[in-house]
Design a protein around this ligand. Structure first.
Ligand code: NAD
Length: 282
């Protein structure tokens, strides 16, 4: 059945390809971007997000089946924090009430395998606390030092993926029947990486930090197709996940045992919630 999608970052790269593929499948898409989309809005500012969300909802007649948040920046600057974290979270929260009234609502964002890269925990915590002013000030400090400037992008994506895990299981999302997830690409062939891919030194650095044993650099389609599935009616039960669609980079970096870090937490949960039921039954 034809659905109505809101897509941020629809003017270029992954967002543009996702928009094209969905339209080819007969769906309606309202794009939001700085330029080249139905709604032109600057998601780096609070006013821009509010206006962008309002105009996007107006354009759909307040009927949205899914939101796909692709807009993002990779520059080592505070604006990256404003767009990649607050531009996604504020936009999703603004659309959520209308989304909740859809029959099969879905929300997906584009994170990154850079969630795994060295990051600033101070910056990540400021974002997760919703303190945009403090986050921008911390990012400004990091941007001034070439040793720390590169932590800004990874920090914005780490915070986004953590926000998605945290919020996805609450009454606002899972409780309202809305699967909320993210896709984490590796190096995608889009305008964002064009300059980097054209430089030998830049490429050596990127390939060392994003090792992609499966098929090397990926197409925008490889990400768009997963976003489309996560935003489709077929996705009934994937919740809070950041799915690494990155040619194997996450598996290389995290290694074979990506589970043990949470064993103590799971054991504590088990002791509190499961063990008492077993005692009662015995
Ligand atoms: P892109 O540069 O081709 O597209 C990004 C889009 O976001 C552009 O159309 C741009 O105008 C829009 N945008 C930027 N700032 C904005 C703002 N203030 N307000 C509204 N729109 C704004 O890049 P892409 O590769 O398609 O990136 C899409 C997403 O994928 C981003 O979130 C990016 O971080 C993420 N990502 C990309 C790669 C990659 O290798 N290209 C890897 C991992 C994650």
């Amino acid at each position: 059945m034809a659905r109505t999608y809101l897509i941020t970052g629809a003017g270029s790269g992954i967002g543009k390809r996702t928009t094209e593929l969905l339209r080819e499948q007969g769906h309606t898409v309202v794009g939001v971007d700085l330029r080249g989309a139905e709604v032109e809005a600057d998601l780096s500012t609070r006013q821009g997000r509010e206006r962008g969300a309002r105009e996007a909802l107006d354009a759909t007649g307040a009927r949205v089946d899914a939101v796909i948040a692709c807009a993002g920046l990779s520059a080592p600057s505070p604006t990256t924090v404003a767009v990649n974290y607050f531009g996604v979270v504020d936009f999703l929260e603004a659309i959520r009430p209308v989304l909740a009234s859809a029959e099969a609502p879905r929300a997906v964002a584009v994170s990154s395998m850079a969630t795994l890269h060295p990051n600033s925990s101070e910056l990540v915590e400021a974002m997760l606390a919703g303190d945009e002013q403090r986050a921008l000030t911390i990012a400004d400090g990091l941007a001034g030092d070439p040793q720390t400037a590169n932590q800004i992008y990874g920090s914005s994506k780490r915070a986004l993926s953590r926000w998605i895990r945290r919020e996805s299981i609450t009454d606002m999302w899972a409780g309202a029947g809305i699967p909320l997830n993210a896709v984490a690409p590796g190096v995608v062939i889009t305008p964002m990486t064009e300059e980097l891919r054209a430089s030998g030194d830049g490429m050596a650095l990127v390939d060392a930090s994003v090792p992609m044993p499966l098929n090397y650099h990926q197409s925008a389609d490889s990400v768009a197709n997963l976003l489309i599935w996560l935003a489709s009616e077929a996705n009934t039960s994937t919740c809070g996940q950041t799915i690494y669609c990155d040619g194997g980079a996450e598996a290389v970096l995290r290694g074979e045992d990506a589970w043990a870090w949470a064993d103590e937490r799971v054991l504590a949960y088990y002791m509190e919630h499961v063990a008492p039921l077993m005692q009662r039954d015995s």
